[in-house]
Ligand binder design. Structure first.
Ligand SMILES: Cc1cc2nc3c(=O)[nH]c(=O)nc-3n(C[C@H](O)[C@H](O)[C@H](O)COP(=O)(O)O)c2cc1C
Length: 197
């Protein structure tokens, strides 16, 4: 087993003039500083992710699932990942449709892997979005990480691409400590024993 885990940080919003890439960039910096991960930022805006799904379920179709050609690089990155951070805003007390579509087009890519959350928004800091994501990721047999990061009122609490809260890097370290533990444990487990149906 390699000493580092492949971490994919997903930019969940694809909106014009979105803030998501700013948050993801800072998260990537914190992840790299942690030293446990090979870090890659994956921006959903870079891929073809239609809302209309094939008739079959990705759960049972496996590699034969008919995804569009423009989704292939996204699927490859999700496949290769040992751990995820989903960076999500809050839209109408949930997470963006772009992120739901990317999740729903895949299944085994999430299974038996840890997923952490970094959210931002108004007063609730995107917590409604994360509560919904935790539910959804459980259905995909992912392991959700207890300690996430939530940035309320990011428009006044971020400056020059960084959170104003001086404790934010410490909270990120806690998140990455837990994510690294689960990533290594599940990487080993997946290699040793196939995940049960
Ligand atoms: C359709 C829509 C719905 C929103 N609903 C909420 C909400 O329920 N709670 C909240 O805190 N912020 C809400 N916001 C504000 C977003 O959190 C804020 O615009 C944020 O920048 C969105 O992330 P993005 O810039 O990466 O797209 C909403 C924004 C949009 C576009």
């Amino acid at each position: 087993m390699s000493e580092t885990s492949k971490l994919v940080i997903v930019v969940g919003s694809v909106r014009e003039a979105r803030f998501g890439p700013v948050v993801a960039s800072w998260v990537a910096e914190q992840a790299s500083a942690h030293g446990s991960f090979d870090v890659e930022v994956v921006d959903l805006a870079d891929f073809e992710i239609p809302l209309s799904l094939p008739a079959a379920s990705p759960k049972y179709a496996g590699d034969s699932y008919p995804r569009p050609a423009g989704m292939a690089p996204l699927t490859a990155r999700l496949d290769a990942a040992d751990a995820f951070v989903l960076v999500t805003p809050e839209y109408n007390h949930s997470y963006p449709a772009s992120l739901k579509a990317a999740i729903d087009w895949h299944f085994t890519q999430w299974t038996a892997k840890p997923v952490a959350f970094v959210s931002y928004g108004g007063a609730a800091g995107g917590r409604h979005a994360v509560l919904h994501l935790e539910n959804v990721l459980t259905e995909l047999h992912a392991v959700t990480i207890r300690d996430g990061l939530a940035f309320p009122n990011y428009f006044v609490n971020w400056d020059a691409g960084r959170p104003a809260d001086p404790d934010a890097p410490g909270y990120a370290k806690t998140l990455f400590n837990q994510l690294a533990w689960w990533a290594a444990a599940l990487q080993k487990a997946r290699a040793e024993v196939p995940y049960p149906d």
